[in-house]
Write a new protein. Sequence first.
Length: 75
Amino acid sequence: MNIATKGMSVDLEQAVWRKSTRSGPWTDNCVEVAFVGEAIAVRDSKNPTGGVLVFTASEWDAFVDGAKDGEFDLA
């Protein structure tokens, strides 16, 4: 499957999906990430044939930095 978005063409057939090493059988809140060319793709590990979010490198960097800084902590 090829997706055209944000000025990129992303070939998800070439994606190598990775799940966090912190994921395991005790949790069902997992996502998988694939670095495909210039894009970063994210999908729900429970629904691998479902929708995919596609980010640019700068969008992904902003998300990772925010997560590290606690920007998305609930409490």
